[in-house]
Design a protein around this ligand. Sequence first.
Ligand code: ADP
Ligand code: MG
Length: 589
Amino acid sequence: MENTNKPTADSKGTQACGCTPAPAPNAELDVTGMHILAKSLKENGVEVIFGLVGIPVTEVAYICQLEGIRFIGFRFEQQAGMAAAAYGYLTKKPGVLLTVSSLGFMNGLTATANATVNCYPMIQISGSSDRVSVDLEQGTYEGLDQLNIAKPVVKAAYRVNRAQDIPTGVARAVRAALSGRPGGVYLDMTVPALGGIVSKADAARLQFKPVDPAPVMYPSPESVKRAMELLASAKKPVFILGKGAAYSQNDEKIKELVQKTGIPYYPMSMAKGLLPDNHPLSAISCRSMIMEEADVVVLVGARLNWLLSRGHGKWNKENKYIQLDIDPQEIDCNVPIAAPVIGDLGASLQMILEALPQYKLQMDPSWVPSLQAHTVEANKWIAQKLTPSPEPMTHWDALRAVKQVLEKHTEVTLINEGANTLDDCRDAVDMFVPRHRIDCATWAIMGMGAGSAIGAAIATGGPVVTVQGDSAFGFSGMEVSTMALYKLPITVCVFTNGGIYNHIGVNLGKDGDPAPTTLDLNARYEKMMEAFGGKGYYVTTPEEFAQALEASIESKVPTLINVQLAGDAGKESGHIGYLNPATLIPVTV
Ligand code: ADP
Ligand code: MG
């Protein structure tokens, strides 16, 4: 199809837009902006791009492959974006998403916004129509003011209008994604920039390698002193480890801090595995007790957002917070923070560890034993939930198989989304290795599974296992084709209970349609993977499930295991039903 938006030149060399005369390209001596873009990405250390091509970026992907950059092609831009974000989180390098303009841009933007909210470094590069006609609203092909649409939902947004500015645009995007609090960045690549002609010699001169794109920032010694004095005075202190701590890759320093202080820790869901969940100082099962009793709470790369009741609710009103974070604007956003320590976590931890010998901690000797006693009781509750119940399976029955297999295969990266499938899996399956769990995180929204699994498989080489509800799987199910095409070692586990939350919702009207939460209880999702040459299993017992999971991890073959649950397994909204604005209608019986 002809690209009506390319700056076509007439016989006199004047472009259709009438702006700049297009120089006659010479394949021997010249390159286009697309070559400059590929080279710039390479200069910035980009090794892989996730995306979905079409006008005007198809050739960009071809040139990237030529330059030795992997291109992973998806079926839906949003999932390519989820992959880029997961890749960014796991590698501390910007995950790059490439999309076409208008709808492709919008589809990808959801993932870039999600990356921003979750502090994952990611760059969305979208082709866009010549702004001359976009700004005049002349109805050009895929015309949309993409830059201004992206701005409110990303950390930074830049537009490149000229081929010679591409290296600067890429370098700025990389710096914005990686430095300070990481996030999603939008880079608008207009058709004139992509199609602009530059001589090879000039293009080579334009390239540069940015120096120190993510500089380490140190906290002030005063802030460390303030924090240490508060910590030393604490009777019932606790560390809350967040995914910022996991992202920052300071695993040894975090271990050292916990071991040297003997202070218990509570991991947020994606910080699970920074230290093993079954460590003697793990207070993972003591959430309420920590909230009610801790007197000094040290937030380590974790935000006091809704996932921690925003510091309200059950939290002890007399407690004090120390917050180790890279972003000064995060401080005091919900409750006053007594001792902010602003800097890169590695630097902050280093200074704290160096200061530690000068302080005598006054922790109450009964604090850790009381948390440990509570943990013993909580573990009994979990063990009881995991005891076999009659068929068909509940979530917990199925999770018995997941727990059995994954706690042995600690090399597996676990991707987890759903409602009950998320809540129960997080509780049931212990993690032992940092950054091996990715879930729907801060927005707690469905639709990140397949893309995140693919991003994780590319970042780590695999193996990856997803544990997804049937509703969650539905958002991204078509990407089993990507898993199969690239032969990725991913096992997709779909917990089929026939619904959003469950299969027992009732239509309160008279039209006989399914309830709003109803899905097919007998869908054979495994056939989707088989359709693309992967392996499919349909399992109805924990034993069958464990066998299939074990076999698929060993085989490294893209696999989908359809895990048949009971239709009444799962409750409305899982653990967060209280967030519904009203509960007057009995949506499920
Ligand atoms: P969780 O949901 O696990 O609490 P959040 O994403 O809410 O995690 O919080 C992560 C926090 O970590 C953010 O406030 C972010 O600014 C911070 N952070 C990210 N990277 C670093 C880093 N290198 N050093 C310090 N803090 C960081
Ligand atoms: Mg379901």
